[in-house]
Design a protein around this ligand. Structure first.
Ligand SMILES: NC(=O)c1ccc[n+]([C@@H]2O[C@H](COP(=O)([O-])OP(=O)(O)OC[C@H]3O[C@@H](n4cnc5c(N)ncnc54)[C@H](OP(=O)(O)O)[C@@H]3O)[C@@H](O)[C@H]2O)c1
Length: 373
């Protein structure tokens, strides 16, 4: 059996207590300071991930306990050293392949340097995240009755590792693409290079609101640490697929826009009978903040590589090869991984919620028409 490790980190101050229950009730400045010197440790032991044909893997989630903004702001070498140490703990436990979670894959060159520095292959997990994200986006479009082939898709974080590949793959299925990022020079160059290769018209802008106002479909994959999608900009009945961690979509959307379908794009249902047990409190489940048997797509990619005996740095850096995304999707399917049920704002989206969202969109459209008569 091949074993894996996966580097995790808290996405917010509130998230820290999931990693270390002793942190509950401590003030923000103390927590931030503690995290600056806190060394990595193995938080979760994962067992029971088993393919339909009986292959199994086991692994560990190892925390590099830094917040997204700390991973970006602290000196690069200090951050790399922390991630490297987390992987070394995984190696000591028996891991033969490592995955990078959330901002540990975003920082610096997207895993390239880390892969060179540690003794086992490293993957960011972005190939399966891209495949799962697109599946989620188009599932959402179907559910909301949006004809994707006629729709404008806004990709927020277009020049990133995930956003760039999503554009290439989604272009076969949508009517138009708007690419969005902050760095205009990089975005302009990226658009000039990509646009001629795409089968549909495309444009670019650094104005997120302007892009979202044009779009029936929105995919977000930014490295922002604050909300970037606000309720005022969304079209009636729009579908938003959210891949970013921490999330990009303001919670106000849940409250103020019942007609918009927001769905987290990167969640997978694992095969077998997976258990996420706390290493320091054996017998206690770690709360992944997801439904049972569910994990992030980037975690799942690391597990798939272990199950398939593909001990290689499968996905690294920016400029992801879409052929690799397709290959990873096929491997994941063969191993029995499935797209998880729809979910957003910490709650499942069931049939009743979808029907209510469609009805709210219809009512809002009717109100708009009435106002213009
Ligand atoms: N759900 C999952 O399983 C999963 C798996 C892997 C990664 N992720 C998440 O996916 C996200 C993207 O990862 P990545 O590896 O593709 O990152 P990346 O390569 O660093 O790309 C980030 C993109 O976001 C843009 N961006 C950053 N801040 C922005 C802002 N405030 N407004 C608009 N655009 C902004 C960047 O361009 P500019 O700098 O020019 O703005 C760039 O285009 C991260 O949040 C990561 O944690 C999720």
């Amino acid at each position: 059996m091949r074993k894996f490790c996966f580097v995790i980190h808290p996405l917010s101050l509130a998230d820290i207590a999931r990693y270390e229950p002793g942190a509950k009730g401590k003030g923000e400045p103390i927590l931030r300071k503690i995290m600056e010197w806190m060394p990595p440790w193995a938080v979760v032991h994962v067992t029971g991930v088993r393919t339909p044909d009986g292959r199994e893997t086991e692994g560990w989630f190892v925390a590099a306990p830094l917040l997204p903004e700390q991973l970006i702001a602290l000196p690069r070498d200090e951050v790399y050293a922390r991630i490297q140490r987390a992987i070394e703990i995984g190696i000591e436990l028996g891991a033969e392949i490592a995955g990078l979670g959330a901002f540990t894959a975003v920082v610096g060159d997207g895993g390239v340097t880390i892969n060179q520095r540690v003794g086992i292959p490293v993957t960011t997990g972005n190939s399966l995240t891209i495949a799962a994200g697109l599946q989620s986006l188009f599932r959402g479009a179907d559910e909301m009755g949006v004809d994707a082939s006629q729709a404008t898709l806004a990709v927020i974080g277009a020049t990133g590792s995930i956003g760039g590949a999503c554009i290439e793959l989604a272009a076969e299925r949508v009517g138009k693409i708007v690419m969005v990022a902050r760095n205009e020079t990089r975005l302009r160059k990226f658009h000039a290079q990509k646009a001629p290769e795409l089968p549909v018209p495309s444009s670019y802008t650094t104005d997120i609101g302007a892009a979202v106002r044009q779009a029936q479909l929105v995919l977000t994959a930014t490295s922002a640490t604050q909300d970037v999608i606000e309720p005022e900009d969304l079209q009636t009945g729009a579908v938003v697929c959210e891949l970013s961690l921490p999330h990009d979509v303001s919670r106000r959307v849940a409250l103020e826009r019942p007609d918009v379908l927001v769905t987290e794009g990167g969640n997978m249902l694992l095969p077998g009978n997976p258990r996420f047990e706390r290493v320091r409190e054996p017998g206690t489940e770690f709360d992944l903040n997801l439904p049972p048997r569910t994990a992030l797509a980037c975690m799942s990619e690391t597990m798939v590589l272990a199950l398939e005996d593909r001990l290689e740095p499968f996905t690294l850096g920016r400029g992801i090869d879409v052929a690799r995304v397709r290959e990873m999707a096929a491997m994941a399917q063969r191993c029995g991984f499935e797209l998880a049920g729809m979910r957003a704002f910490d709650a499942a989206i069931d049939r009743a919620k979808i029907e209510a969202t469609r009805a709210a969109a219809q009512a809002r459209r009717a109100r708009t028409v009435a106002q213009h008569v």
